[in-house]
Design a protein around this ligand. Structure first.
Ligand SMILES: [Zn+2]
Length: 110
């Protein structure tokens, strides 16, 4: 993996280079280039970072952290708006041809 030019400054989750909320525009472009052939891996990676950021921002200042929807849009929503069709992508399956959101719904109903 190459060194990214706009990395996050943890635990503030600001760009180390430009100071914008991470992922900044340059970081998003870098991620899209890096994961151009594996969008599912990018979604999984961003989901992990969303989890990490939520935990760290809450630990820093629970009263002033962005709400869950804002954090979702910041880490995953920008990618979602770039894709057309269903979300998550249809190729995100559990190996049996079932889309991941169906698996999540099944787990929730148990
Ligand atoms: Zn930046």
């Amino acid at each position: 993996m190459t060194k990214r030019p706009h990395p996050p400054l943890r635990p503030l989750w600001l760009c180390r280079r430009c100071g914008a909320s991470w992922p900044c525009g340059s970081a998003r472009l870098t991620l899209l280039r890096e994961y151009a052939h594996d969008q599912v891996a990018l979604i999984i990676y961003l989901g992990g970072l969303l989890y990490e950021a939520t935990e760290q921002l809450h630990a820093l200042n629970p009263r002033e952290m962005p709400d869950a929807g804002q954090l979702f849009d910041r880490f995953l929503g920008w990618h979602r708006s770039r894709t057309s069709g269903p979300y998550p992508p249809a190729n995100l399956t559990n190996g049996g041809g079932c889309r991941a959101e169906h698996v999540v719904n099944e787990v929730r109903s148990e």
